[in-house]
Design a protein around this ligand. Sequence first.
Ligand code: PEP
Length: 255
Amino acid sequence: MKKMFIAGNWKMNTTATQAKELACSISEAVKQLPDSSIQIAVCPPFTSIQSVGEAIAGSKIILGAQNCHFKDKGAFTGEISLEMLANINCKAVIIGHSERRTYFFETDSLINQKVSAALTAGFLPILCIGETLDERRANQTFEILRRQLDIGLENITLNNPDDLVIAYEPVWAIGTGIAATIEQVEEAHTWLRHYLTGRFDEIGETLAIQYGGSLTAENADDILSIADVNGGLIGGASLKADSFLSIIRFSMKYI
Ligand code: PEP
């Protein structure tokens, strides 16, 4: 059976009021769906994470954060710890999103510290990886993915295939409206499955690999049908309950 995990990354969008409204709409719609093994998460901005948590309580939706610090507490102005997030029922965390790598200079080693801390704290880390357009044009895609995984997962051991999610997000497809082609997604996900199986043996065979990068209600059916695509990390299309729900419904076809 194919695993499916659909996660919405709201980025720096939605006021607390808007976030609560969006969360309520998604939560109500998800409650109407037939029971299935599909996993769903929403990752709102920190200012609304607690109220979104309350709005989705009682639904199967998991609360996720868009970032975290790797230390429990201390003098790290502006940062949020996993301990703080756990206390408000947050269960998943996006780590190493390309926007954090690009605009906040996050390195693979820092990302590795965050993945390790998230696993220790019992969180589900969603580790984002992906090449830029220049790297793809220079035929460096798999070299980049290998480096991001080699360092991002250094010293990481897994006991369970549900403990980690990899999100393949070609940087050039994020927020641009130009998703990767079916062939490009298929090629990358097949490569990633091979890498993960080599790295984690049987556990790697069933780790979820999400696709991210302009995934919409229009292209979701085709992309989610690909064998090693186990759902999506969705930015723009997760900000409207209707489009997010359409993507969830398409994913249910392939479990
Ligand atoms: C993302 O935020 O990870 C993302 C893939 O954004 P978008 O769906 O808007 O391209």
